[in-house]
Design a protein around this ligand. Sequence first.
Ligand SMILES: Cc1ncc(COP(=O)(O)O)c(C=O)c1O
Length: 688
Amino acid sequence: MEHHHAESWNIDHAIDTYQIDRWGDEFFSIGENGHIMVHPCPGKDIAWDLVEIVNQGLAQDLTPPVLIRLPGIIRARVQQLYAAFAAGREKYGYRGKYTLVFPIKVNQHQEVLDAVYASGVSVGSAVGMEAGSKAEMMAAICKADNHTPVFCNGFKDDTYIELAVRAFQLGRNVTIIIEKPHEIQMVAQCVKRLGVCPRLGVRVKLAARVSGHWQSSAGSNSKFGLSTSQLLEGIDQLRALGLIHRLELMHFHPGSQINNVRHIKASIIEATRIYGDLYKQGIPLNTIDVGGGLAVDYTGNRNTEPSSMNYTLQEYANDVVYYMQQVCNQMGVPHPDIVSESGRAVAAHHGVLVVPVLGAVQTNRQDSLTLTPEEEKIPPLFELQGNLVELNEDNVLEVYHDGQQAVEMALQLFANGHMTLDQRVKAERMFFVLCQRVRGRLEELEFIPKELQELSQNLAETYYANFSLFQSLPDNWAIDQLFPLMPIHRLLEKPTSQGTLGDITCDSDGCIVNFVGPNGKRKTLPLHPMQKDEPYWLGIFLVGAYQEVLGDYHNLLGRLHVLTVDADANDRMMVFTRRGTVVSEALELVNHTPEDVMRGVRSMIHSAVSDKRVSTVEAQSSSRFFQRLATEYTYLTDDLDAPSEVVLTRAVEERVNGTFANPRVGALDFVQDAETNGDVEEFVAIDG
Ligand SMILES: Cc1ncc(COP(=O)(O)O)c(C=O)c1O
């Protein structure tokens, strides 16, 4: 619980509350104006206001929710990785070189691969790409040039292997990594047929196990890789097939988001021993690919919790280099080149989700506190009224307990027929107000007992935001992963509510109830009360790895609008836009073709006109509405009616004047319908 008084609230308190200095690295900060600032190119004096970026999207009619992509951050992360390995190699006198091979499954979007490819310029060597399927391989070889290392990984069929071999034949720098014993024969056949053989690698299963969500990616029962005995058999096979001279790389993958650096050390030592042994058998290995696993500190807490990590990028690089060097020196084998397939660590920071809050379920009702003379005779109501008056700094816990007892008594009396429903509700409301006042007093206490700490959580308001957890933040739903979340503006104002976040899917799982807190997870997030007619935008950060491609189309809520924001040659902001999924595209995903859908609409309108359910003017208005709807964003938008105002106004006038008499729906009904939908103001405005 933060102890900040409204009058003394300042940016430092906001930093404290949301810990942006811990998870934001040098990429995000809070500006003087209380908005989040983005620093897309560390080392350069560039700071962009996130609110301004969202407004740039709005200016192009791309209303939030939007995904903001910052390719500069990808380039910066790649540079940091290379710099860390360069420092580690220098420190330990390591003679092999380092290359990043980006696993594109983490985020295959064009803009991401462009940024990864472009980062090669600043690190002075080609940055590679790793593919895990035919489609990914196509993307990788098309983005690559002939220097870019392209790794062919994952489950393979003959076509996938042929794709890799043909790309090699055409000049691409391809390595096929054998993950299963039967792939050796498949590769041999293809190589024989096409007459060329790319560089080969082999993935081994290590005995070293890691902890965390992805622990099954490693260890002897993991899905991928050759066991040590399969490895030796495979090597014999490659020898027999005359392909052993192409086996240059040994790969392992210890799992993703490895929180504890100790597990990385253990994997490196075991893998390098295997490498050294094979090298001494005369196999021309020259590279160890240490896979992924380099974690991201989503909470900034630097610990071994699942969404954090207890080491830095530099410590990771130092450890990889140091232990490889140690083992190689002991075994008397040359230092191999090092490849890492760091995906999350490269891509996570570059993606920011901005979601508009639609409203909050306001729980701070202060009404109905006065009791009627009759209610005053009912003990629990009378007692609750007394509790509200008595509460002070010295009796907080005691009065809270008294209130709990009174409300329990009220429920008993109601169950036994001695209180009416109205009276029970009044007791519940009074207790609720008491709880709120108790919570308001907590800041004055030196020590907050546990049950009062939990009170905050129980009183949290649900903020509803225009997004889908399933589409945009699947790992929060699936594996409880934490992502930093905070308002992107109003940070000079003390957030006086505690909230959780609900999305717009019809799914009770579609809510965020775990947030980044100073000691790990917190159950509620300090948020601001909504202000009438003012947007309230929340940023969800570090979403650039895995989330976009793991996301699904629950409720047919589709991909978000994307704003790719980068600096031009003069460090000015450039914004490229990509529209999100529209209704007809979402329907097509589940095989409702636009033709089918419009046929359905036409048929509905045709029958309504034939039955005289609607006038021609109304039918025309509906027809235009449905056509427009097909091209609308799948998320909530609020200006669907705008283009057909004239038509609608005419229709309303006809109804109100009675010039169009409909046997089934009267004019009055229509206006009432509009009223309940909150549309009536719009009609009046148009009329006027
Ligand atoms: C073979 C392989 N390489 C690399 C990665 C990327 O891992 P990370 O995102 O932890 O860097 C993965 C993902 O799990 C993987 O399976």
